[in-house]
Design a protein around this ligand. Structure first.
Ligand code: GLY
Length: 422
C-alpha cells in the first residue's frame, strides 16, 4: 500500500513512523513535511489546502490511501476532493468537519445526541458582551470563565480565567477581529482525550490520553496547542472509557449520520471527567497533537490497514486493536516566546536522536536542522510504567540544544505520583 500523509507536524511524523511499521505499507510520502519526516517519506511541497493540488500529488505518487493530519484542509474540503477523484482518504468531509470547524454546529449535534457538554452562548455583537459575561460569571464553586474563538484557532483562541477583565479583554479582541466568541461554563475534573477511528456509526476507540494545554508547569501561563501528553491513564477505569464511547462518541457519530453529515476519519473527543461523569469540552475532526505522539508508539495493530479500513467502509470487520502494555510520554520542546510569536532560525542539536519527532523544523542549505515554528519537536519516551516513560522522555529532552527553547517538566507527573483521582 502506498500512503500519502498530509501535514507537517510531530503528529504527522508519528503517523509516518507508525505507518512504516505496517507490513502492508510499502511506500510513504508526505506533504509538506519537515526536516525530520524527510528521512521517512518522499517529501512534496504542495498547497495542502487545495483539493486540486492534493489530488494531483496523490495521483502522481500513486497513493492507495491519503491520510490528512491537520484540520484546515479537512474543513476546506480536501477529503471531498480526494473521494470525488476516487482516491481512498482517511479524514472527514467538509460537512462532517464542522464538528471542529464550527463550535455552534458541534453544540447543536451534541444537544440532539443528548450528550453532556458545557452550557454555552455565542456572542457576535460587542454590545452584548458584558451581559453575556455576567451570565457566565463563575458562581460560588465554579472556577472560571471560558472564552473561545468560534472557529479554528489551534488551541490558542481559548482563555480560561477567573479574572473578569482578562475574559472581557480576550472576548473583545476576538470580536474586534471579526471573530464570534463562544462563552462556556467551566467543566471541572481531569481532562481526557479519546481518539476514535470512526466510519459512519462504527466507532473504534484508541487508548485514552491526557494533554497539557498550558505553557508552564503546574498548568500556569497561557493556553497552547498542547505541551505534552501521556498514555494510558492509570487513574481512568476501563468502564469510563466504555461509557465515553457508548454515551458520547457513538451517539454523536449516529447523529452525524442521521443529519447526512456522516463522519469518516478520526473523531477526537476532548472531555472533562466531572463529578457527574464525562462531559465534552470539544470535538476535533483529526488526530490530536501532541497526544498522537504518545498514543501511536503503543499501537501494535497495523495502522495503515486500520485507516484504510475506515476509508473504504470495512472498519466494522477490522480485528480488535492490539496494544503494548507500556506507557508513553510525549514532551513538546517549544521555541522561545511560544505561544506568542516564536523565535525561529536557531540551529538545533540532538534533533536526529531516536524518540525525537519534528514539527517546526527545516533543513538549512548547509545541512543544519533549524527551528521554524512554535512547537519545534516532541520527544517521546516509553517504559513499563509512567515513571520510566517520563524518565526516558526527559532524558531525550535534556539532550537537545535549542537556544531559548522551553518545555514543561511535569508531563504525566501527577498521574505517576497517584495524585489524580475521580
Ligand atoms: N491536543 C490538542 C489538539 O490537538 O487540539
Amino acid at each position: 500500500m502506498r500512503v500519502l500523509v498530509i501535514g507537517s507536524g510531530a503528529r504527522e511524523h508519528a503517523l509516518l513512523l507508525a505507518l512504516g511499521r505496517d507490513p502492508q505499507v510499502d511506500a510513504l510520502a508526505v506533504a509538506p513535511g519537515n526536516a525530520g519526516t524527510a528521512a521517512l517519506a518522499e517529501q512534496y511541497d504542495v498547497d495542502i489546502t487545495s483539493g486540486g493540488e492534493v489530488v494531483g500529488l496523490a495521483r502522481r505518487f500513486g497513493a492507495d490511501l491519503v491520510v490528512i493530519g491537520p484540520e484546515v484542509p479537512l474543513v476546506l474540503g480536501v477529503a471531498d476532493a480526494l473521494r470525488a477523484a476516487g482516491i481512498a482518504c482517511f479524514g472527514p468531509s467538509k460537512d462532517a468537519s464542522r464538528i471542529e470547524g464550527s463550535k455552534a454546529f458541534a453544540k447543536d449535534v451534541m444537544s440532539a445526541a443528548g450528550v453532556r457538554t458545557a452550557r454555552s452562548e455565542i456572542v457576535d455583537n460587542p454590545a452584548h458582551l458584558d451581559a453575556a459575561l455576567d451570565r457566565f460569571g463563575p458562581p460560588a464553586g465554579q472556577q472560571a470563565w471560558v472564552v473561545k474563538d468560534d472557529g479554528l484557532a489551534a488551541g490558542k483562541g481559548v482563555v480560561v480565567t477567573s479574572d473578569r477583565e482578562v475574559a472581557r479583554s480576550h472576548a473583545a479582541s476576538l470580536l474586534d477581529g471579526g471573530h464570534p466568541v463562544l462563552l462556556e461554563s467551566f467543566l471541572d475534573g481531569p481532562e481526557v482525550s479519546l481518539f476514535c477511528v470512526v466510519d459512519g456509526e462504527t466507532v473504534v476507540p484508541l487508548l485514552p490520553a491526557q494533554d497539557f494545554k498550558r505553557v508552564g508547569d503546574g498548568d500556569s501561563g497561557p493556553n497552547t496547542g498542547g505541551m505534552g501528553a501521556y498514555v494510558p491513564l492509570p487513574w481512568l477505569p476501563a468502564d469510563v472509557t466504555r461509557q465515553i464511547v457508548t454515551e458520547i462518541v457513538e451517539p454523536v457519530a449516529a447523529e452525524l449520520v442521521r443529519r447526512g453529515s456522516t463522519f469518516s476519519g478520526l473523531l477526537y473527543a476532548g472531555l472533562a471527567i466531572s463529578s457527574d461523569g464525562p462531559a465534552v469540552v470539544e470535538f476535533n475532526c483529526r488526530f490530536g497533537d501532541p497526544e498522537t505522539q504518545a498514543v501511536l508508539p503503543l499501537l501494535e495493530s497495523p495502522l495503515g490497514q486500520l485507516l484504510f479500513a475506515a476509508a473504504t467502509g470495512t472498519l466494522a470487520e477490522f480485528e480488535e486493536l492490539r496494544w503494548s502494555d507500556d506507557y508513553a510520554v510525549a514532551v513538546v520542546i517549544a521555541a522561545e516566546n511560544y505561544p506568542g510569536r516564536p523565535r525561529t532560525g536557531d540551529v538545533i542539536t540532538g534533533a536526529e536522536a531516536p524518540g525525537v519527532l519534528h514539527a517546526g523544523t527545516a533543513r538549512r542549505e548547509d545541512g543544519a536542522v533549524v527551528s521554524a515554528g512554535g512547537r519545534v519537536l516532541s520527544v517521546v519516551g516509553t517504559g513499563p510504567d509512567l515513571t520510566a516513560a517520563r524518565s526516558a522522555a526527559y532524558a531525550i529532552a535534556d539532550s537537545i540544544r535549542l537556544p531559548g527553547s522551553h518545555f514543561r517538566t511535569d508531563i504525566g507527573l501527577a498521574a505517576a505520583e497517584g495524585r489524580i483521582t475521580l
